[in-house]
Ligand binder design. Structure first.
Ligand SMILES: [Zn+2]
Length: 174
């Protein structure tokens, strides 16, 4: 099994060739490096939402091969769209620059990571304010109970400086 990240899967079938298909192990590494980068770059609440969303993509908790997602289902907010999109592109660039990699207990395969980041960047670049599904943010937020990090001041992992999800630190446990 693999994990797939796609763009507007339901309405844009022609774009399937651009999807990001990753091995299960590759997915864990890919999310690891994004969490490390974003943990060091996020400043606004909306940006932290993106990092918690990614930290939730934990195969050790959710199940192997079940953490793919659609770009339009990320917690995009109309009020800060341009800022958030630019932030996500900075997170990708930060991952290329190996932000936080010194805290990892292993050496990611740079070739795979670079390939995944390039494809992910293309998908993020395609996102426009018109693609925002209003319910994506409200539904995602409504799933958070009172113990959810998004309601407890966005705590971070002390080892990895990454934002944690309700499952804990994605880098620690996936
Ligand atoms: Zn950690």
């Amino acid at each position: 099994m693999t994990n797939m990240i796609c763009f507007n899967y339901k309405s844009d079938k022609d774009a399937l060739k651009d999807d990001l298909n990753m091995s299960n192990g590759g997915t864990s590494v890919f999310i690891n490096v994004l969490c490390l980068s974003g943990g060091r770059l996020a400043e606004t609440e909306s940006q932290k939402h993106f990092m918690v969303f990614l930290a939730e993509k934990n195969q050790n908790v959710c199940g192997i091969g079940t953490v793919g997602f659609d770009i339009v289902d990320m917690p995009w907010d109309k009020n800060s769209f341009d800022e958030d999109k630019a932030f996500m592109l900075r997170v990708i660039e930060g991952a290329r620059q190996k932000l936080g990699w010194e805290t990892l207990g292993y050496e990611p395969n740079e070739e795979f990571v670079a390939e995944y980041l390039d494809t992910f960047q293309k998908l993020i670049e395609r996102m426009t304010a018109e693609d925002i599904i209003e319910e994506s943010l409200t539904e995602w937020s409504s799933e958070a109970d009172e113990n959810d990090p998004t309601r407890c001041g966005f705590p971070k992992c002390k080892i990895h400086d990454a934002y944690i999800s309700i499952h804990g630190c994605q880098v620690c446990i996936d």
